[in-house]
Design a protein. Structure first.
Lengths: 255, 255
DNA sequence: TCATGATTATTATTTTTTGAGAATATTGAC
DNA sequence: GTCAATATTCTCAAAAAATAATAATCATGA
């Protein structure tokens, strides 16, 4: 491990479960001499990616907060998606959480969420949290629209064995219907309804979802929510398409 | 520019104002050959810190969202501070925003904020945004409690010249009173009330603030809000002190 | 005060990274 | 579909920088 991967390797050790590390611990975990790790940590601290914490230990630094804001302000998916999420929770007329998730690094990650004012629960999908790829409507919709090659590689690694064929069938069905509806696959008692937000040109594979109490919605409401999610997702995709094309044109002008 | 500073230099070019860069543009801005920048960008993309955007440009990547969540879940100031902010807006009984800011990289940055449900305005202090060091109650409280050496260096660089003495007097007053109250220094028409959250041992210099419409609060309310902010800040400091000591003890045990 | 551990500085050595240009892949226009 | 333009990766010798072992220094708590 050298160069950038050293920095990455160190940073990746700082997880919510192990939030504080001493240098000797980092050295042991990475298999790199302490003197080198000291230098690495010094660089990361100078950049704001780490900061000293209690007793010779370090934790993630405030630079991430700053970059995250930058992303919130500029990431097209987040910028275009947040008002859509707002509209969705307003029009849902049931306590619910709306959210936007995308493919990232072999898993699915929520990038924006909004809860209706009176929602008494929270979904496990929370901005920034990597989630499993093959469970929950949010993830399944994304999986269903991944490029074939990428998809094949993923289910190989997932080691589904005999379940792979059933999954393929399910995903083909999701592609055909244009949405996915599940219950209790992630959070017990909660149902998810998701629709795809795809921009093939931009390599964007995302999904828009509503999460609500499964017991709290009857068949009519469910149909209404599906319609709401599907139309919101396609509106968002259309909006993103325009932004993408505008950005492409702007780049050409500069060049 | 080489090593880690190369990565940092590239990343730091991605701001809210210039959110997308092509490699040739990055090469010119950093003064580094394109072939090297391509390699740098490839590493950053692999790490999720950048991602391809429209045309041949790149923007900040989702890794920051993930690390930011990690920080939200583990940074003691954020973890301990959020419930305090919630209590503050609940007990303010006026439309307001409560927030927590800290010293970072030569400026002041908000790390958590919460608005009362019916608040019709927003403060410029927003999670992740670097703010000026010498304007606004939030910043002044932090400045007033910075270690002397650090403080001197900062006002030297700020180039305040003849205003420096007046500032010193004002900050001494803030230290004596234990809070700072200003109006329209950042956002016209908005008043700020801030109190320090200091942990000398941990090197923590932060402040807790309320922002409200200046015209909307009379003298009695102002006194009440000052009391609220000051007591919330000292409660938070006390909480953090306990966490810090507990963390220190835990580290010793491991060692 | 001292002792202990954390951190930084110092080195020769080794390994990478670097950068110029060539080669290849992508993309958009026609 | 072809072609041209541009983006991106590859190659490789030179050069610079990172590495790691050790020593020196700095904090910190008893």
């Amino acid at each position: 491990m050298a160069g950038f991967s050293r920095f990455l390797g160190v940073l990746r050790l700082f997880t919510p479960d192990t939030a504080a590390w001493t240098v000797p611990a980092l050295a042991e975990a990475t298999g790199v001499p302490a003197s080198t790790v000291y230098r690495t940590v010094r660089d990361l601290v100078a950049g704001g990616f780490l900061e000293p914490a209690a007793e010779a230990s370090y934790r993630l630094g405030p630079a991430f907060i700053e970059f995250d804001r930058s992303l919130r302000l500029t990431d097209p998916l987040v910028v275009a998606g947040r008002p859509v999420l707002h509209d969705v929770v307003m029009q849902a007329h049931v306590p619910c959480v709306a959210m936007l998730a995308r493919f990232y690094n072999g898993s699915v990650m929520c990038v924006a969420d909004e809860a209706a004012a009176d929602t008494p629960f929270r979904s496990s999908y929370e901005r920034g949290r990597p989630m499993p790829l093959v469970r929950g409507s949010t993830s399944k919709v994304i999986l269903a629209h991944l490029p074939t090659r990428q998809f094949n590689k993923l289910i190989e690694n997932a080691g589904l064995d005999n379940k792979a064929e059933a999954l393929r069938t399910e995903l083909a069905d999701i592609r055909k219907r244009g949405f996915c509806s599940t219950a209790s696959e992630i959070d017990p008692g909660l149902a998810g309804i998701s629709a795809p937000v795809i921009l093939k040109d931009a390599g964007l594979v995302a999904s828009l979802s509503i999460v609500a109490h499964d017991a709290g919605i009857d068949e009519g409401q469910r149909r209404r929510l599906i319609l709401l999610v599907v139309s919101a997702a396609s509106l968002l995709a259309e909006d993103l398409r325009h932004r993408y094309e505008a950005a492409a044109k702007a780049t050409q002008k500069v060049a």
